[in-house]
Ligand binder design. Structure first.
Ligand code: NIG
Ligand code: FE
Length: 390
C-alpha cells in the first residue's frame, strides 16, 4: 500500500476537538498521512513521519471531503421552463416532479447512468467525496428498481423513494399506490438500497401513509429518512423523530414542538438551502435549531426541479449568509453533520482510521468558502486516498 504525506497545510480541519483547537479541531501548519484508502496520521508538519510520496500543500487549507447526504441524481430531462416560470413569480409545487418522471421513464439505463456519472464528477470536483442519492422519478416497480440498481454501482448510500409522489398512474387510487410502494416495489428495491425515504407533504403523502411506508421499509431492513416540513407545517418531523429516522430533511416550516423533538432525539435536521434558493422560499432557520441543541447537516438536494446545484460550497455560503450559521458551523454541518445524517463515523472527519477523503482549498481557511461565494476554491480532492482528476 502506498503512503502519501501531505505537508504544509496552512489550516487543517479534523472535526475532532481533541486533536486541535475549537470545535473543528483545527491544526495550523499541519500534515496528513494517507495509507491506501485511510488516514494514517494527522499533526503538525514538523512532526510528520516519512511516506512513499510527498505532496506540498503550500499553505492551503484542508478540510474533510464534503458528505452530501441528500440528492436525487437518477433522472433525465430538464425543467428550465419551470424555473423560468418560478422566477416570473409562479410558486413551486410538488407536481413538477411528474415532468421528470415522464422523462426518466423514457430514458435508457445508459442515459440515466451517464447523467448520474456526470453530476457525481461535477460534485467531486467541488469537494464532495460521499454521496447519497435516491430513486423517486420512476414510480413503477421496474423504474424504481433500475434507478437503485444504477445508483448502487456508484455509491453505498442509496435511498428508495418510491413514495416521492403518488404515481400519475394511480391518481384515482392513492391507497393502491401505497400498497405497491410497501409491497412488490419494496421487495424489488430493497436489495439495492440502504435507506427508505418518503416525501411527507401536502400533495405527496400524509402522516399515516408516511408511517406505513417507513415501517414497511424498516421491516425489510432499510433505515428511515424523511422529506419533512418543506413546503408547509406538517407531521413529517415528529414522525421522523418518533421512528428514529437518521435524518429529517428540509425542516423549513417548524413549530416549537418540532424543534424540541429534533433537539431531544437522534434525528439530524438536514437543511437544503439550494431548494429555498431555487424556489424563492423562506430560509430554514438553522440558528433556531442549533440554539435548541439539534444536530444540523447541510446538503445540496441536487435535483432538476427544486435545487439544481451539486455545489456544497454554494450551500455553505447560503447557510452562513441566510440561515444564521457561522462559517465554522456550516463547515461542520457539510462534513461531520452529513456523516451523522448517514449514520457514518468513517467519513466527515480527518483522524487516523477515517477514510482518506479530503479537499485542499485555494484559501487560508475554510471560512473563505462563505466569505468568497461563487469562487471555485476547491483545488485538489482525494477520495479514498486517490487524487481526483481536475
Ligand atoms: O427534495 N421535495 C421533494 N423532492 C425534491 C424535489 C423534486 C423535484 O421537484 O423534482 C426536493 O426538493
Ligand atoms: Fe429532496
Amino acid at each position: 500500500m502506498t503512503t502519501t504525506v501531505i505537508t504544509n497545510i496552512g489550516n487543517l480541519v479534523t472535526n475532532d476537538p481533541e486533536r486541535g483547537t475549537g470545535p473543528l479541531g483545527q491544526i495550523q501548519d499541519a500534515a496528513v498521512v494517507l495509507d491506501g484508502e485511510t488516514v494514517a496520521w494527522v499533526g503538525p508538519t514538523a512532526n510528520a513521519p516519512a511516506a512513499d510520496e510527498a505532496y506540498d500543500a503550500q499553505g492551503r487549507a484542508a478540510i474533510p471531503g464534503f458528505v452530501d447526504s441528500h440528492s436525487h441524481l437518477i433522472f433525465a430531462g430538464d425543467r428550465t421552463q419551470e424555473f423560468n416560470a418560478r422566477m416570473e413569480g409562479r410558486s413551486y409545487e410538488a407536481g413538477g416532479i411528474r415532468t421528470t418522471v415522464k422523462a426518466t421513464r423514457a430514458a435508457t439505463d445508459e442515459e440515466l447512468e451517464a447523467n448520474l456519472v456526470r453530476y457525481l464528477a461535477e460534485a467531486r470536483r467541488q469537494g464532495t467525496t460521499t454521496f447519497e442519492t435516491k430513486s423517486g422519478y420512476g414510480l413503477t416497480t421496474h423504474d424504481e428498481a433500475r434507478a437503485l440498481r444504477i445508483a448502487s454501482r456508484h455509491t453505498d448510500e442509496v435511498t428508495y423513494l418510491g413514495a416521492h409522489i403518488v404515481s400519475p398512474d394511480f391518481a384515482d387510487d392513492p391507497a393502491a399506490y401505497v400498497d405497491l410502494v410497501t409491497g412488490e416495489m419494496l421487495d424489488a428495491c430493497a436489495p439495492y438500497a440502504r435507506w427508505i425515504d418518503v416525501f411527507c407533504e401536502k400533495g405527496a403523502f400524509d402522516g399515516d401513509q408516511a408511517r406505513a411506508i417507513l415501517t414497511a421499509g424498516r421491516a425489510k431492513g432499510l433505515m428511515a429518512r424523511v422529506h419533512a416540513n418543506q413546503l408547509t407545517y406538517g407531521p413529517g418531523v415528529q414522525l421522523a423523530v418518533e421512528l428514529d429516522a437518521a435524518s429529517a430533511d428540509h425542516c423549513t416550516h417548524l413549530t416549537d414542538e418540532d424543534v424540541a423533538a429534533l433537539a431531544g432525539g437522534n434525528t439530524v435536521a438536514t437543511l437544503l438551502p439550494g431548494a429555498e434558493f431555487s424556489t424563492r422560499a423562506q430560509w430554514p432557520d438553522a440558528r433556531r435549531l442549533l440554539d435548541a441543541g439539534a444536530t444540523v447537516a447541510l446538503s445540496t438536494d441536487c435535483n432538476p426541479g427544486s435545487s439544481f446545484t451539486s455545489s456544497m460550497p454554494f450551500c455553505i455560503a447560503l447557510a452562513v449568509r441566510d440561515m444564521r450559521m457561522t462559517p465554522d458551523e456550516a463547515l461542520w454541518s457539510a462534513t461531520a453533520g452529513g456523516a451523522q445524517a448517514l449514520r457514518r463515523t468513517d467519513v466527515g472527519r480527518l483522524t487516523p482510521g477515517a477514510r482518506a477523503d479530503l479537499a485542499l482549498l485555494d484559501a487560508p481557511s475554510h471560512v473563505h468558502l462563505a466569505y468568497r461565494p461563487g469562487v471555485p476554491l476547491v483545488r485538489t480532492v482525494w477520495q479514498r486516498g486517490q487524487q481526483v482528476p481536475a
